[in-house]
Design a protein around this ligand. Sequence first.
Ligand SMILES: *[C@@H]1O[C@H](CO)[C@@H](O)[C@H](O)[C@H]1NC(C)=O
Ligand SMILES: *[C@@H]1O[C@H](CO)[C@@H](O)[C@H](O)[C@H]1NC(C)=O
Ligand SMILES: *[C@@H]1O[C@H](CO)[C@@H](O)[C@H](O)[C@H]1NC(C)=O
Length: 166
Amino acid sequence: MNSNDILVQCVIVVLAITTISSNYGENKSKLFVDAYAGTKYVKYHVAVINGLSNDILDVHCKGDDEDLHLQHLAVNTNFTWSLRTAFFYKVSYDCTVHWEEGGEIKFNAFIDDSKFLDYGCGGRHCFWKTTDFGLYLWQIHNRTFVYKYGWPGKQILRVDNIYVMV
Ligand SMILES: *[C@@H]1O[C@H](CO)[C@@H](O)[C@H](O)[C@H]1NC(C)=O
Ligand SMILES: *[C@@H]1O[C@H](CO)[C@@H](O)[C@H](O)[C@H]1NC(C)=O
Ligand SMILES: *[C@@H]1O[C@H](CO)[C@@H](O)[C@H](O)[C@H]1NC(C)=O
């Protein structure tokens, strides 16, 4: 084997490694953006977590033709349900969370579209969490709770518009 052959083999190995790692990168990022599965019959899990420091959280969620009933959550507990997307319409769930001190926040907890699933919640698990500051949505892309809404009855100094770690 002369030195030219060795050089050629080295180049081939480097190319192969580059191809494998860039494929891996592609597939890895694909994992994150495929939460939205179109009109397929796909299962998702939604949770509302009471992260208040010291109070009961009332949660009332409703689907298109389903009432999930009023829930009283103790601190650090959650209300969780599963759903499947439908073929002919966009499944959607609206919730109201109520905290005696902060008031009421109404929000769309789940909607079968890519804007919400790929860029909002980012996965098959959509976790909402209330704290004394407001309501956050778990975003799987950067593994953080993203601040969404404040309590109407609370005046909060907004430290950071986009990233608020809780
Ligand atoms: C990435 O996905 C492509 C096409 O879906 C596939 O051919 C390739 O083997 C995958 N690579 C890895 C590392 O999983
Ligand atoms: C909800 O509570 C259960 C029981 O404590 C726990 O196992 C689960 O991880 C919680 N889910 C979330 C999203 O916090
Ligand atoms: C992290 O979350 C923020 C807020 O939703 C978003 O703007 C940003 O693009 C996310 N980062 C990544 C790497 O997905």
